[in-house]
Design a protein. Structure first.
Length: 234
């Protein structure tokens, strides 16, 4: 004879007897949870549903592991020269954007980058150095705003494009994109971490970028640090 069960419902009332199939159906309907008290007719006391081995698979279904957005074996690493081409495209795009943005900043703040005209100075090393020193003094008030504007624009450009599309316009042109090592999208947080890690490649006099040329997987230093790769799709 099949075992019979009873449960204590959320309203404190007793329900049953019920068969195992009925209890399973109640679990799937949300009427029975792991903490629900259940009595089985061959036991002397009530116990939580989670303690019944025959209900374990229903209460705790095993989910299949998430599949990457793109099969890993369909990805081809993007090499040094194509990534350099993407960098040049992005550099041109950022330069144009910076010209527009700095023009607005300059108009609002009144800050302007002074011009240095060495041809107007005497052909004399001492006089040239004096003129250059004077130029640096003129440049000081605008130096930090100018540099910070450029850096902030670079950050926004990289994080927005990479976080949303997995690629900057330069990488879109060459048909490459940035993914996590499992083939899934990087998102905005990983895009920000990658941008910060790339500054280490800058500070290492570009050595971090040379990893692309020498490693079989074509990953730069910042890719290794944050678990990303730049790839083409077959």
């Amino acid at each position: 004879m099949d075992a019979q069960y009873k449960i204590i419902g959320g309203d404190g009332r007793e329900y049953g007897p019920a068969t195992l199939e009925e209890i399973v159906a109640w679990i799937r309907d949300g009427r029975v949870a792991g903490s629900t008290q259940i009595w089985r007719d061959d036991l002397a006391s009530w116990a939580p549903a989670s303690s019944y081995y025959e209900l374990g698979d229903v209460l705790n279904p095993v989910s299949p592991p998430p599949q990457p957005a793109v099969a890993v074996d369909e990805l081809i690493p993007a090499g040094f020269w194509v990534r350099l081409a993407a960098y040049i495209v992005d550099f041109i795009a950022l330069s144009l954007l910076f010209t527009v943005v700095w023009g607005i900043v300059s108009m609002v703040t009144g800050l302007k980058v002074p011009e240095f005209s060495p041809e107007k100075t005497p052909v004399n090393l001492v006089a040239w150095l004096q003129a250059f020193s004077a130029y640096l003094n003129e440049l000081k008030p605008v130096m930090w705003p100018y540099a910070l504007t450029g850096r902030a624009l670079h950050l926004i450009y990289d994080v927005l494009f990479n976080g949303r599309f997995g690629a900057t316009p330069g990488k879109m042109v060459i048909g490459a994109r940035i993914l996590k090592v499992d083939g899934s999208a990087i998102g905005y947080q990983r895009a920000l971490l990658r941008w910060l890690a790339a500054r280490l490649s800058d500070f290492s006099f570009g050595i971090g970028y040379l990893f692309i040329a020498v490693r079989p997987d074509k990953r730069a230093l910042h890719d290794l640090l944050v678990g990303t790769k730049v790839v083409f799709k077959r």
